[in-house]
Design a protein. Structure first.
Length: 338
C-alpha cells in the first residue's frame, strides 16, 4: 500500500526538525567572552582597577540583554585553586563606566569599566585581581587574565608644590618621597591635566611655558613594587600660576662713544634676548643728571646730533623687551666735543 501524501509530509517534517530543511539548529549558548585588558595600580590607600567589558559571546555574536560584571580581589590560596580564590576574594561594584567607539561599525559600543576600592586590608600582601561577565541568561564567562598586584603601605602624596616664574620658565618644587615623580599640567583653556614630564628629583623647570598664559600643576610620586609594576601616591594639591614677563633684558655691553665735529656716535653689542624690542639712550651734560634722549630699534647704534662744542657728554644705554621691561644701565662712557 502506498503511503498517503499527508503521511509523507509529516515524516519529512519530523526528519528535518521543526519544518526547516538542512538539519537541526543547535541553540546558541550565549556565554559572554571574558573581560580583557585588565590592569590595576595602587594609588595612595586605594586600588584602581579597570578592564574592557566584553561585547561578544564565545560564538562571536553580539551580547544581548543586560550584562553583569563581577570583579574580585584577594590573596591567592597557598595552593592555587580558582574556585577557592573566588570564594574568599572580595567583590566590588564599578565606580565608572566609559563608552568607547566600537572597533567596527557593526559591533556594539565597547565599555571601559573602572573600580576603586581600599587597599589597606592587604598591606604587604600580594593580591590577585580578576573579572568575569555574566549574561542576562545567568551564564558566566571564564575569568579574565589574572592580574597580580603587590600592595604596600600608602605612598605619601607630594606636598608644598610651588610654582616660581623665572626668565626661562616656571620652576616647580615640592616635598615628597618617591623613586620618581610625574609632573602634570593643565594649560589655560583646557579641562584636563596632561603628562608634562618625569623626574627623579623633587623639582622641574617647565621651559615650555609661555608668557601671558595661566598654568595649573599637580605631581604624583611613584615607587616600584615588582618588576614593571609601581605604586602611586595620591595627587598633590593643585597649584596655579599666571606666567607674566617681569624679567628685564641684560644690561647692554660694549658701549663706545666716538665724537665727531657735529655729532657723537654711539655703538654697543647687540642683546640676544628673543623678546628684545629695542634700546633706550640716556645722556648727562657737563656732570648733570642723566635724562632719556632717545628710544631706538634693535640696531645697537645711535647718532647724537644735539651736541655743542666744548661740552662734556656722558652716555648710558638700557635694553627694552616687548613686555616693557627695562634693563639696568650699561657702563657709562664720555665724549667731549673740542
Amino acid at each position: 500500500m502506498r503511503p498517503s501524501l499527508a503521511a509523507a509530509v509529516a515524516a519529512l517534517l519530523l526528519n528535518t526538525g521543526c519544518g526547516y530543511i538542512g538539519g537541526t539548529q543547535v541553540p546558541l549558548a550565549n556565554v559572554p567572552t571574558p573581560p580583557r585588558d585588565i590592569a590595576a595600580i595602587q594609588r595612595g590607600a586605594t586600588i584602581i582597577a579597570h578592564f574592557m567589558a566584553p561585547d561578544l559571546t564565545t560564538e562571536g555574536y553580539p551580547i544581548k540583554g543586560v550584562l553583569k560584571l563581577d570583579l574580585r580581589a584577594g590573596p591567592a590560596p597557598a595552593i592555587w585553586n580558582e574556585s577557592a580564590w573566588a570564594a574568599q576574594a572580595q567583590r566590588f561594584d564599578p565606580t565608572r563606566t566609559t563608552k568607547l567607539p566600537p572597533p567596527k561599525p557593526d559591533l556594539p559600543t565597547q565599555q571601559l569599566v573602572e573600580y576603586q576600592f581600599p587597599a589597606t586590608a592587604w598591606t604587604s600582601q600580594e593580591i590577585i585581581v580578576a573579572a568575569r561577565a555574566i549574561g542576562s541568561n545567568g551564564k558566566a564567562s571564564n575569568w579574565s587574565t589574572l592580574f597580580t598586584l603587590p600592595v604596600r603601605a600608602p605612598l605619601a602624596k607630594p606636598e608644598q608644590l610651588t610654582a616660581t616664574p623665572l626668565a626661562n620658565g616656571i620652576r616647580l618644587t615640592w616635598r615628597g618621597a618617591g623613586e620618581h615623580f610625574r609632573v602634570m599640567r593643565r594649560t589655560e583653556g583646557s579641562d584636563s591635566f596632561a603628562d608634562l614630564a618625569t623626574t627623579t628629583a623633587p623639582e622641574y623647570l617647565d621651559a615650555s611655558a609661555e608668557f601671558g598664559k595661566t598654568y595649573a600643576y599637580q605631581v604624583l610620586a611613584f615607587a616600584a613594587v615588582a618588576p614593571q609594576k609601581e605604586a602611586q601616591s595620591d595627587l598633590s594639591d593643585e597649584t596655579t600660576k599666571l606666567y607674566k614677563d617681569e624679567f628685564p633684558p641684560a644690561a647692554p655691553a660694549g658701549l663706545i662713544a666716538t665724537p665727531s665735529p657735529a655729532t657723537v656716535e654711539l655703538s654697543w653689542d647687540s642683546n640676544t634676548e628673543p623678546d628684545l624690542a629695542g634700546y633706550r639712550v640716556y645722556r648727562s651734560i657737563d656732570g648733570g643728571a642723566f635724562a632719556k634722549v632717545a628710544d631706538v630699534n634693535e640696531i645697537p647704534a645711535y647718532s647724537d646730533h644735539a651736541v655743542e662744542r666744548g661740552k662734556t657728554y656722558r652716555y648710558a644705554v638700557t635694553a627694552m623687551d616687548k613686555s616693557g621691561n627695562e634693563s639696568a644701565r650699561s657702563a657709562t662712557v664720555e665724549a667731549v666735543l673740542q
